[in-house]
Design a protein around this ligand. Sequence first.
Ligand code: ZN
Length: 241
Amino acid sequence: MRLAIVSDIHGNLEALDAVLADLDATPPDAMVCLGDFVGYGAAPNECIDRLRPRIEHAVAGNHDFAACGRIRLGYFNPDAAKAARWTTEVLTAENLDYLRGLPYSVRWRGALLVHASPMRPEEWEYVMTPNDAGVEMDSVAERLCFVGHSHYPGNFEIDGTRVLYSREARMRMREGCRYLVNVGSVGQPRDGDPRAAYLVWDDAANTLEHVRLEYDVEAARRRILDAGLPRFLGDRLQWGE
Ligand code: ZN
C-alpha cells in the first residue's frame, strides 16, 4: 500500500493545499498526521478542517497541546508563545476539543507514530543525531518509527548497533534493519529548503520517498503579517529555516 505521512503543518494552508493537491493526483491508500497542525501559521482552523477528514490517525504535537492549554508556554520562545496565544483565540471550540483529544503515540500498520521522541513523547525532545536515534529505537517494539518535530527530513537506519543517517529522497529499507524516519514539515521546513515536505511509505515495496513541493510562500507569509503575527514567522518561510 501507498501510505502518506504528513507532519508539522503549523497553520500553513498554502503549503497544505499544495501537498493535498499532489496527493489527489495519485491518491494514497491511507494518510496520517504526526501533529503540530497549528502554531506559527495564520490558518489553523482551515488546516484542521482540510486534513481531519482525510487522515486515519493523528498524534499530538507540542504546538497542538499548547494551543488547547494541555501544556504551558514556559519553554516556547517569544514568537512561538505569541502565535500560540493567537491560535488559542481563533480556534473553534470543536477544533480545540479535537487537539485536546489527540494521543501521544499510535501504532499503525506495524509502525509507531509519534510527534517528537518515541521514548518520552511528553518531553518533546528532538531526535537529531544517529546516537539519539539508536537510543530512542531501543524503546520501540516496532521495526519502523515515524517522527516529526525537528522539521528536518531524513532517515536513521539501525543495523544492530550501527546507525546510519541518510537524507536521500528515495530509499529501500533493508531486511533486518530498523528505521527511525523524520518525515519533515509541510508548513515550516527548517532544512534550508523552503519547499513543503511529506513522506510516502510503500509497505509492500518497502520504500520511503521524501517528497518536496513548491507552494505559494508569499501568500502564506502575507497571511501571517495580516493576522498581526510576528514578522519573523512569515519571513522564515522564504528561507526554509
Ligand atoms: Zn513543529
